[in-house]
Design a protein around this ligand. Sequence first.
Ligand SMILES: [Zn+2]
Length: 305
Amino acid sequence: MPELPEVETVRRTLYPHVVGREIRRVEILTPRQIYYPDPDTFKAELEGARFTDIERRGKYLLFRLGPALLVAHLRMSGHLYISAPERPREKHLHVVFHLDDGSELRYADQRKFGGFHLVGPDGRGLPPGLMHLGPEPLSDEFTVERLAAALSGRRTPVKAALLNQELVAGLGNIYADEALFCARIHPARPAGSLTAAEVERLHGCIRRVLERAVAKRGTTFSLYRDGEGNEGDMYDELQVFDRAGQPCPVCGTPIEKVTVAQRGTHFCPRCQPVPEGVALKPRRARPGRRGLSVRVAAEPPEPYA
Ligand SMILES: [Zn+2]
């Protein structure tokens, strides 16, 4: 699932191909991927409009077309990319924006959870998730104090708090595990139990992990590709995610995988001690799933700190 670094990479790779281009025609192959407004209005509003900017907020892509705002949410498996028109169409293609230079901005989505909102000038159509997003973790508004306030008093696991987009925007399963490993905090610790020093460490780690992932253009371990169809390079840098059974890059203890916040969660039992009184449900690695088990980093990754 694309998280902040992947969505940011899509934004950066689409930008030079898309900004300045006019949409000649919108082809909607799967109407239900258009969440707002109805597909006919969506087409009518966008045909003839010109892309003026692409921004990102959390895991959302925000395409500006003059006064219009087109929001794309990739969710589980959405893929938005630029393509030559002659390139064969894939099975899961849902929307095609035909651009004035002959290229196509294509939206494919195997699991069909993602899609588009075209927001009106009055703000109608804005996805509810976008309205209530927490601070951008790589911006100045994300301070240690703000993270401390977000975690304070919460009895939910700290991992669940990091996945909550209203507390901090853009983190998902991969980078929540990586940031907690970097900060040496067990993912099942109650969010409100972190000391001031731990919150500060976690704040720095969230930034370091995301910055490295953006620099490496995101993580590809299954479906994710950037706006030009290329894989990201972050997979080989991951320290715990998808590394169950492999040695911790810091202490050599085998990484464990358990369920926390209903998600497969990876941690080092030595660097991130299991909190007292917390029973963890082990998860069995599923060998062969989408080829995950064959993809093993050749060199141990460089620690974050
Ligand atoms: Zn370790």
